[in-house]
Design a protein around this ligand. Sequence first.
Ligand code: ADP
Length: 288
Amino acid sequence: MGNSILGVGIATVDVVHTLADYPREDEEIRSLSQQRCRGGNVANTLAILSALGHSVYFAGTVADDHHGEFILHDLNHRNINTRFSQYIKNSISPVSQVLLNTKTGSRTIIHSRDLPEFTYDDFCNINLDLFKWVHFEGRAINELEKILLFLEQEHTHIKVSIEIEKPRKGIEKLWRFGNILFISKNYATQCGYDNAAAILNKIQTQSNADAIVCAWGDKGATMLDSEGGEYYAPANHPQKVVDTLGAGDVFNAGVIHGCLKGEPYQQLLDGACFLAGKKCSISGLDFL
Ligand code: ADP
């Protein structure tokens, strides 16, 4: 078995406008600053895992435009190996416009995306002997289901984590896979839940995971293990919340890191909230 971590998902360009306050509709305002950063949930999680000392690889599709070059440059600069990525000719990189409200630290995101998804066939070209852990974004559900079945049947020693971030058609099919399931607050609230424990209890009835986790912004995070044990960690509140963009991705990296170190669930949940809170105190991901 290998020693590395593979992340399968998307890498984007985030154009972040830092604002004194959130605009009203039809208002014209000037931003305090504008910044172009590389985004994408899995790419962010890998960036943190790399900074924590892990050997990491990104697998996803990358466009052949100038944003694609920027994405690859950033990933490589962070020691994220991109050799298993797919380069799509004549394509356009996904871009997210992010409005960062310095008054509250909240981030409002508008995505645009027109890039083919990473497929089961792409995944089959990866040398899986390199990996001890694979982390997936819960997207392209039918392809991902085939990948997860393949891993379940052929690579039982590789640990798998899956992020369920948005309601997507058929995403419930993914609940039964993986060793760690990350359920986002966004997913929970869009499914009508108003707290982490409620959605975790629902999903646990259909999950085979060792643990399922739900982070809930400044309310911290909750985890259920397969024996019904429930764990809660409060958020680590920074003196000033500067930027919450990517806090969930950092949190996920913290959980994976703790699992790989063999930490008990309470300890790794505390550690993940500590990391995510630290991230909220600075702009961007370079806090380690
Ligand atoms: P995202 O919206 O990026 O998916 P979440 O809101 O679920 O992220 O938050 C993930 C984790 O980040 C939380 O469990 C918490 O530990 C930390 N976090 C998020 N927002 C704050 C905040 N305002 N203050 C302190 N910690 C926060």
